[in-house]
Design a protein around this ligand. Structure first.
Ligand code: ZN
Length: 376
């Protein structure tokens, strides 16, 4: 399992209860700072309606994640490669990632970039080059050749993906509220200002394309692998833990540090094809059952094309919307399923599915780690 698992695809969905947050604000309008918002579809009565809801961007989460990668890579006892741009992101004002470097200075193309920086490996990059176009065909990771116009620059799609933080789609699951404050200034006296705070049960989706980590094409289109790939896969997972335990995400934290808890979530690890979990929202059918049902259909369908798909899933249910393991399995597999304890596995034609219940977010990250590397 372990070697195969290192070529797998990980999907994570989380439910976060967040109070009084101003974590992703848009430009101030005079003395008013509005929260970022996004239109979402909610059910009202027996119809669907679009409403404005508080949101936070995937870019905000990715920024926090990159900060965590730098912290972890630079504090590790044995060196993990970091380029100067990523190491000095604070003084540069963000993650520049060698964007203006000469692409030709990277002898082995994309591979040279990821070999020399774990942040660029795990979060992608774009080195724009000098604008020559159409001069080269580039071979992308995974081996497919891309047709058509190509910039002479170098780029990489991030193997780690983040969704927007979006509220659970029920009118009672989110709220905005302008909060009035006063700032004292010796020259002008009291200066009132208003910050729009939000509270929501947010959902977040994360995906990790494990097989892409530490692997990239060189200039001959040959996919090469870094020597410390296992450590980078472990880093990808531990950086996630650091983002939440260190509350690295968000903004305005000096006076608007939000209260939050990860109340529920699920993870899946699939091979050889990617599988993503259903959104972790409250509904008539539990999102874990829905994911399980979809996983089963996928595994059965792929069996008919002689692909032995393996999907392992785990979940935790702090706010009681996912249900217990026995009822989830019975609702999908039927009464005949003998689900006992916290784990259920079955063969589905040529493939297999397992579902496990864990205690919390940390146990879930440990579970993913154990699936990839085997139990220590
Ligand atoms: Zn870098």
């Amino acid at each position: 399992m372990a070697e195969k698992a290192k070529d797998s695809f990980v999907s994570i969905v989380l439910r976060l209860a967040i109070d009084s947050e101003a974590m992703n604000m848009v430009e101030a309008i005079g003395a008013f700072t509005p929260h970022r918002s996004a239109p979402i579809v909610v059910r009202i009565g027996d119809g669907l309606r679009v409403v404005r809801a508080p949101a936070a961007s995937g870019q905000m989460m990715a920024y926090a994640y990159q900060k965590a990668l730098v912290e972890l890579a630079s504090k590790a006892n044995t060196n993990m490669p970091l380029c100067d741009d990523c190491r000095n992101y604070k003084t540069l004002g963000g993650f520049v990632k060698r964007a203006t470097a000469d692409p030709d200075s990277f002898k082995d193309g994309e591979f040279s970039v990821i070999e020399t920086c774990v942040v660029e490996d795990l979060s992608g990059f774009m080195i724009v080059g000098k604008g020559r176009r159409g001069s080269r065909r580039e071979r992308r990771k995974g081996g497919e050749e891309e047709e058509g116009e190509e910039a002479a620059g170098l780029r990489r799609t991030s193997p780690v993906w983040f969704s927007y933080l979006l509220p659970e789609p029920h009118l009672t699951s989110f709220k905005f509220e302008p909060q009035f404050h006063v700032r004292f200034n010796v020259k002008e006296g009291n200066n009132p200002f208003t910050v729009e705070n939000a509270a929501a049960i947010y959902t977040l989706a994360i995906a990790i394309d494990v097989k892409a980590i530490g692997r990239a094409a060189d200039r001959n289109g040959v996919i090469r692998e870094v020597g410390d790939r296992d450590r980078r896969v472990a880093l990808a997972l531990e950086a996630l833990r650091a983002v939440f335990h260190g509350q690295l995400f968000g903004a305005k934290k000096s006076r608007n540090l939000f209260r939050f808890e990860i109340v529920g979530g699920a993870a899946s690890i699939s091979n050889p094809l990617p599988f993503t979990l259903s959104p972790p929202i409250r509904g008539d059918e539990s999102y874990v059952a829905k994911s399980y049902r979809r996983a089963r259909s996928m595994v059965a369908g792929l069996s008919r094309t002689s692909i032995a798909q393996e999907i392992n899933m785990a979940y935790f249910d702090g706010d009681g919307i996912a249900g217990d393991l026995k009822s989830i399995v019975e609702s999908v597999v039927g009464q005949g399923a003998k689900a006992e304890g916290d784990r259920y596995c079955e063969k589905v034609e040529a493939g297999s599915i397992c579902l496990e219940r864990v205690r919390d977010f940390d146990q879930m990250i440990d579970w993913i780690r154990n699936k990839i590397f085997g139990k220590a």
